[in-house]
Design a protein around this ligand. Structure first.
Ligand code: HEC
Length: 151
């Protein structure tokens, strides 16, 4: 009897904590899009949209679980870190060659993202299209896609 009472108290405390962490603010902003890479074709743009844009652009589609702590903290941290390393909404567009290499090795998109997003689980053909598209768009050296102010 005493034991079950202890458990009730523990469960209530856990429930209160879960409710309280929902009030910790999480930044889910989508800042202004300042530019878009000059994609070599629509196919590349589409594949990148499907598998990369949620973490590497300012056009993030925030899923419902991005509103439920503590999962929301993980989602937001992936997006913010992803944008910091490689952002397809802010020129100059760099790291394109690296991006192709990461798709080739299978490190991107992140595994956890593929579990949650079946449309980001690519077939070998789609993977090859994306790798070629990233190289064609960003150049082998990882230089920017399009910057209009050069002569
Ligand atoms: C769930 C979020 C998420 C998705 C989706 C995602 N990435 Fe990332 N990406 C990250 C994070 C976080 C980092 C930074 C940490 C790291 O390198 O693991 C990163 C880093 C990168 C980097 C920079 C590496 C560096 O060293 O600067 C490139 C390039 C990249 N990702 C390409 C891609 C490409 C291409 C796709 C789509 C095929 C993709 N990512 C999908 C989260 C993501």
């Amino acid at each position: 009897m005493k034991k079950s009472k202890t458990w009730s108290v523990i469960l209530i405390v856990i429930a209160i904590l879960i409710i309280m962490i929902q009030f910790i603010p999480v930044s889910r902003e989508n800042p202004e899009v300042q530019g878009t890479p000059d994609f070599n074709n629509e196919r590349t743009h589409e594949l990148v949209r499907q598998a990369c844009y949620d973490c590497h652009s300012h056009e993030t589609d925030w899923p419902w679980y991005a509103y439920v702590a503590p999962v929301s903290w993980l989602v937001a941290s992936d997006v913010h870190e992803g944008r910091e390393h490689f952002n397809m909404s802010v020129p100059p567009f760099e790291h394109g060659d690296e991006a192709a290499g990461m798709v080739e090795k299978g490190t991107m998109p992140l595994d956890i993202y593929q579990w949650m997003h079946p449309e980001a689980r690519f077939t070998e053909k789609e993977k090859q299209d994306l790798i070629g598209g990233l190289r064609a768009t960003f150049g082998q050296s990882g230089e920017d896609g399009h910057e209009d102010h050069e002569h």
